[in-house]
Design a binder for this molecule. Structure first.
Ligand SMILES: [Zn+2]
Length: 113
């Protein structure tokens, strides 16, 4: 899907442009007010641009555009859902911590059990 939108001058002397995103685009893309978007493309020469939602790490706040992000998520039987979006550094830390905890808990297990 694509939309043709017109950028408007911010009219504050900064030279910035304002791009108003219509509700149907926001809904189709799954974006909500407050999301941070990355812009790719050549806006200065009238070319097509691509907007991608930037996922910020819930722990350290780092952007995840270059590396992608990991998700630690629970969907409990009572319908409650909770989760964290994590940058690579925080995800690796969480995984290493859980693996270390597993190793400690099973340190004296007999092999093959
Ligand atoms: Zn992080």
């Amino acid at each position: 899907m694509s939309w043709k939108l017109t950028c408007q001058d911010a009219a504050d002397g900064s030279g910035d442009l304002v791009l108003e995103l219509p509700d149907d685009l926001m809904q189709a893309a799954g974006w909500k007010v407050g999301d941070v978007l990355e812009l790719e493309g050549d806006l200065a020469h009238g070319g097509a641009i691509q907007l991608k939602k930037t996922v910020l790490c819930d722990v350290c706040g780092a952007g995840t555009v270059e590396t992608g992000h990991g998700v630690l998520e629970a969907r409990w039987r009572d319908g409650e859902c909770e989760g964290l979006c994590l940058c690579k550094v925080c995800f690796d830390y969480a995984m290493a911590t859980l693996r270390r905890e597993h190793d400690v808990r099973h340190l004296f297990d007999e092999e093959g059990q």
